[in-house]
Design a protein around this ligand. Sequence first.
Ligand code: NAD
Length: 492
Amino acid sequence: MHTYQMYINGQGCDPISGTWFDSMDPYTGECWASIPRGNADDVEMAVDAAHKAFESEAWCGLTATARGKMVKKFGKILLDNAEKLAAIEVRDNGKLYTEVVNQCRYMTEWFEYYGGLADKVEGAVPPIDKPNVLNYTRYEPLGVCACITPWNSPLLLLAWKLAPALAAGNTVVIKPSEYTSASTIELAKLSELAGFPPGVINVVTGYSSEVGEPLVAHKKVKKIAFTGGEEGGRKVNIAGAADFKKVTLELGGKSANIVFDDADLDQALNGVISGIFAASGQTCIAGSRLLLQDSIHDEFVDRLVEIAKTAQLGNPMSEDTQIAPIATEPQYRKILAYIDIAKAEGARCVLGGGPGEAAGKHQGLFVLPTIFVDVNNGMRIAQEEVFGPVLSVIRFKDEAEAIAIANDVDYGLAAGVWSKSLDRAINVSERLQAGTVWVNTYRSTSYTSPFGGYKSSGLGRENGQEAIKDYLQVKSIWLHTGEVTKNPYARR
Ligand code: NAD
């Protein structure tokens, strides 16, 4: 068992409560690490450290260029440590090492990109409709930012927040998921090597009620960047509103993957499988509703089942494994409950439909790749986020019906369109209510392209140039350049 410490003001520290909780390896079922159980007092210490760091000459005295270089250096250090960080993350959330290590290598690009942007966010000199005045604007950091992350991709999703927050000149208090805290603590410790002053990056671990809630309610926190479920997102948004904090929310999804009869079906099959079964379906962008045009429905389902049933369940560290365990026990139970709900609603299970078993001796939380047909879009299995390897297949007749079904859901995170017709691809993409639409591909994201949700899938965008503005505020400065004003009572 490894006993972790939180990371506050540039040093490891034990929780004020003096208590730790266990982190379980979802593949072996064994507890492998002790995680500090933080509370409001630890939050107070971390926010105080972050606030002091924000005002310190060592941080706010840096030029944007120097700050950007530090952010980029941090990215290089993370790249050097990608394998180590990935192995820790796999122990916590059980995801395939091959995917996690690629994520850990890729996340360094966020630090390179936003580090480079640090000295390129330019203010303006607006032409003013008055004589003898110079007006200019500048972008300034907000202060302490709370970065709250889920368990499915803890480090990558942290990088989406941390890189722009730091490049903009803020300081951060990170609250990782209680299920996957270890890799975030390790990442924070590495920040010392990049030269960040103490207090710029802090991590407080623990439960949402004991750490997350006091953090988002703290007066000195000026911005909340949250990735998680709809329920948590709603509470965070309400808490943030009390003090007019800036809030960005990356929430859940129920994304439609739409296959038209003029699609390249081999390509579509691969996209549908990776869309729902990669990461055992535990991704916000999972293509969990497969919309199939009538004329190809039966053939496509047969071929899908043939491929999906060959998936190897097993050790996430092994390159041969295709389906890893579910990350947490509550999530495992939730997925199985949704499978029962779907059966009770009258959906027909053509693959899987229950717990799975992997080769070898272990207690892993496996769920079989599961496919339901005869799903109607009003069923709960078509409307609610399962966050597991469970696919709902829905028929449609034509473009108009496909678009209507795809949009008939509270979520709006992503969608896929499979068609060889350029006209159709463009028309359908533009009418889908989703923050990301992929055409003849699925599951791509990049630091250069905005990502976020329509409707209940979130507020604001991460990634891309604009995202850094969510960590900045604009100030307008007026300089009088003429003679003394004659009438001091008149508005200028
Ligand atoms: P969750 O909402 O339970 O928890 C996410 C994080 O928020 C955790 O650190 C948790 O402790 C904290 N938290 C929860 N309620 C809080 C509150 N009231 N105040 C402060 N902090 C709070 O989500 P989860 O189960 O860890 O993650 C799965 C969810 O995340 C899914 O719904 C998934 O779709 C979503 N997700 C979204 C994206 C995206 O980019 N849109 C990416 C990954 C995951």
